[in-house]
Design a protein around this ligand. Structure first.
Ligand SMILES: Nc1ncnc2c1ncn2[C@@H]1O[C@H](COP(=O)(O)OP(=O)(O)OP(=O)(O)O)[C@@H](O)[C@H]1O
Ligand SMILES: [Mg+2]
Length: 303
């Protein structure tokens, strides 16, 4: 039986342009383009719904066709969108990625202005619709005031988790750290948020900030788990990289799924790595049709 989850943050449209030859800056490059639903919280919501949980999305989208597209896609996956606000004054957020032929990201461009005035009052309104949950996940596309408010509103009975999203936005998460059970970040974002870049310093920095556990993604080099003063490193599962976009969101979703299922933390991390492997092997951040049994099999976990 699945858990109840609320995902707060970005759900938007991802445009990807994959170059046919290595990208040349300041020049026109021939690319293959595509459009898909994206956004960190939206991707995590989609994954967790597919993995069997009851998931509510809390975000803002425009009244434009992109907003309708995003909500239709999330609803199709079983995500509850009744608490999503539609704002006629902004376009739905977009993320545009320039991808190398190898699948590596060269440049990401984020238009997230619709999230900038996401107010504490709007969050309270949304919470009236969603009711209680076992897990809250928020992303740093939300403004700092909203993140601080969510940290004060999260009941002690709920696991509070957060993703730093980007180097620029990572410092916003500091507002939630004392209440945070799980911080999900990558190497560069962790360096900015924690203001240090060695493993030993980061281990004590998260303790000082009051974070429960921290998972740091190192792309092709796997992940580090900082867990109440101890550190463990995990290598990625073997995979054929097509497009790394969404690897981090899949990692977050698989890990959260494991935590909700009550598996040991090392197995939860392996479920995260399994979801990430599926994501990086696919052109879309959230590949269709991957379910909980697929994750267990890929992570070689017997249940
Ligand atoms: N080049 C790669 N080769 C193999 N696995 C990868 C690669 N890039 C990402 N992954 C997988 O995806 C996980 C998350 O990627 P990463 O550490 O880059 O997080 P991120 O920067 O938050 O990603 P995102 O940009 O999707 O948010 C990695 O831990 C790994 O399992
Ligand atoms: Mg990430």
């Amino acid at each position: 039986m699945g858990s109840r989850v609320i995902c707060f943050g970005a759900a938007h449209v991802d445009f990807r342009a994959q170059s046919l030859a290595p990208l040349i800056e300041g020049s026109s490059n021939p690319v293959k383009t595509s459009r898909a639903r994206g956004g960190v919280a939206g991707n995590v919501a989609g994954w967790l719904a597919t993995l069997g949980h009851e998931v509510f999305m809390v975000t803002r989208v425009g009244t434009d066709a992109d907003g309708t597209f995003v909500l239709d896609e999330l609803t199709r996956l079983g995500v509850r969108c009744d608490a999503v606000m539609r704002d006629p004054d902004y376009p739905t957020a977009t993320y545009t990625a320039a991808i190398e032929p190898s699948g590596e990201l060269r440049l990401g461009l984020a238009d997230m202005s619709i999230h900038d005035d996401f107010t504490p009052e709007q969050i309270d309104q949304a919470l009236k619709v969603t009711g209680t949950a076992d897990l809250w996940f928020l992303d740093a596309n939300l403004p700092e005031t909203a993140i601080r408010h969510l940290a004060t509103r999260a009941p002690t009975s709920a696991i509070l988790s957060a993703d730093t999203v980007s180097v620029t936005k990572a410092p916003r998460i500091r507002a939630a750290c004392p209440r945070l059970d799980l911080l999900i970040t990558n190497e560069d974002e962790a360096t900015t948020l924690l203001a240090c870049d060695t493993a030993a310093a980061q281990l004590s920095a998260v303790e000082v900030l009051g974070v429960g556990r921290t998972i740091i993604g190192h792309a092709a080099r796997g992940v580090t788990l900082l867990d109440h003063g101890s550190r463990s490193d995990f290598t990625p599962l073997p995979c054929n990289v097509v497009d790394v976009t969404g690897g981090g969101d899949a990692l977050a979703a698989g890990l959260l799924h494991g935590i909700l299922e009550g598996v040991p933390m090392a197995d939860a991390v392996r479920l995260g790595l399994a979801a990430a492997a599926f994501a990086v092997e696919s052109e879309t951040p959230h590949p269709a049709g991957v379910d909980a049994a697929d994750l267990l099999a890929r992570a070689s976990i017997q249940r």
